[in-house]
Design a binder for this molecule. Structure first.
Ligand SMILES: Nc1nc2c(ncn2[C@@H]2O[C@H](COP(=O)(O)OP(=O)(O)OP(=O)(O)O)[C@@H](O)[C@H]2O)c(=O)[nH]1
Ligand SMILES: [Mg+2]
Length: 425
């Protein structure tokens, strides 16, 4: 059974031919294991050039750096060996070291377990590796510098104060001051609930900045969806034909618009149809629309333009055939750049900047939403069920706050969180 006490090792750099591959070892045996392969270990935090050998002889050479715990990334003894970036050499080095192979994110998990970073900062590490845009990287940097932690700490302080005041009120039942005090506390709780739900909502924008956005082309058959798909991409990716019902599969391609990474999705046109294959295409199109961050609703000439629903942009197609204000032509390219601008603007409006921070994980958003719901109930309870019920709900909210930075950890949360990391991080 793998344990948090095992000495672990993994390649910390990308797997494949490279100038250098860094193998990281962490745990109480890290130094001894590295010494067996690389000879005498250099003084702490100094690089030493060593030959790497096993029973078969010397197979590589490179730099060795020793970081004694607790002043290391994991808080344990860590040795990093940088050899030549060849998978065969890396595998041999790992075999020679003989430590247990690290699971995804296990080094960062140990950093958390040893108090080197809290869960919000661990997620900032993950975000910094996973971000697909500069905006995502800015958010990851902000989170690493404590932007989310500041919010969590302020919330914890405010709730601890409210809980103390409620407890004090409960200690002196019957005091005249109680009623106005409860009203004031209820107002404070409501304000905190609102703030927490606004913070939770920032994940919509955070997700797009981190993971990119799915933008789905939708509309009736022959609306010019595939043509627009190709025009936006600048390539002839999807099949275009005058036959209605040309597109059946969901076709995806990635493009970078300004700072946002976009997965553009072309789908089958919407119509009632007898053909089983096309019907399947239409069903897949509906599923694609459901998972979209933004839908481009394509309206061909003569089609009635719907009022743009939320999460939708109405796009008037074939502007060269029938000029309408704001129309786009895949044939002449007219309006395509303007459409790119509209897409970026629509996705940016998913990012509420009002609270001055953006969350970097779905887990954080769920917990802030849970806090908001407990506080909303607590505020309500003060005017109906009373302070005793209210204070319990404030404590429930405080528990969710503690889960945010990992002051308390629920079963399975660490496994789930760190499984999203790569091996070696
Ligand atoms: N003149 C002109 N023709 C266009 C334009 N966009 C598309 N078309 C033509 O309209 C027809 C249908 O275009 P597609 O892009 O295949 O339409 P679609 O919405 O993908 O159609 P389905 O896949 O069948 O749902 C083709 O003959 C295209 O050449 C345009 O901007 N101008
Ligand atoms: Mg098509």
């Amino acid at each position: 059974m793998a344990s948090d006490r095992d000495t672990i090792a993994a390649c910390a750099t990308a797997w494949g031919p490279a100038a250098v591959a860094v193998v990281r070892v962490s745990g109480s045996d890290a130094r001894v294991l590295a010494e067996r392969v690389a000879g005498p270990i250099p003084p702490p935090r100094h690089a030493g050039h060593r030959r790497f050998s096993d029973a078969g002889g010397t197979f590589d050479d490179g730099l060795v750096v020793y970081f004694p715990g607790p002043r290391s990334y994991t808080g344990e003894d860590v040795v990093e060996l940088s050899g030549h970036g060849n998978v065969l050499l890396v595998e041999r080095l790992l075999r020679a070291l003989g430590a247990r192979p690290a699971r995804p994110g296990e080094f960062t998990r140990r950093a958390f377990l040893h108090g080197r970073m809290d869960l919000v900062r661990a997620e900032a590490v993950l975000a910094a590796i996973a971000a697909t845009s500069w905006r995502g990287l800015d958010l990851a940097r902000g989170a690493a510098d404590g932007a989310v932690n500041a919010e969590v700490d302020a919330l914890r302080d405010a709730l601890t104060d409210v809980a103390a005041e409620l407890e004090a009120a409960l200690d002196y039942p019957g005091e005249d001051l109680l009623v106005p005090a409860d009203v004031a506390l209820a107002a404070r709780l409501s304000a905190l609930a609102t703030r927490a739900s606004v913070v939770a909502a920032t994940w919509a924008g955070g997700k797009i900045a981190m993971e990119g956005a799915r933008v789905v082309l939708a509309g009736p058959v022959n609306a010019g969806k595939s043509s627009l798909f190709n025009a936006l991409l600048g390539t002839d990716r999807a099949i275009v034909a005058p036959t209605p019902g040309t597109t059946r599969d969901v076709v995806e391609a990635t493009l970078q618009l300004d700072a946002v990474r976009i997965v553009l999705v072309d789908t089958a046109g919407e119509r009632e149809c007898a053909d089983v294959i096309e019907a399947e295409g239409v069903a897949r199109a509906a599923a694609a629309r459901a998972s979209a961050d933004l839908v481009l609703r394509c309206v061909p000439p003569g089609g009635a333009a719907p009022a743009g629903a939320s999460g939708e942009l109405v796009v008037l197609t074939m502007g060269d055939v029938s000029p309408r204000a704001g129309a786009v032509s895949a044939k002449t390219g007219q309006g395509v750049d303007a459409l790119r601008g509209r897409i970026v603007a629509a996705l940016a409006s998913e990012t509420p900047g009002a609270v001055g921070l953006v969350l970097v994980s779905a887990r954080q958003a769920e917990l802030f939403a849970r806090v908001a719901s407990h506080l909303h109930d607590a505020a309500g309870a003060l005017s109906t069920a009373g302070a005793a019920v209210g204070v319990e709900l404030v404590y429930a909210a405080l528990e969710s706050v503690a889960e945010l930075d990992g002051s308390t950890v629920r079963e399975g949360v660490l496994d789930r969180l760190f499984a999203r990391f790569c091996i070696g991080k």
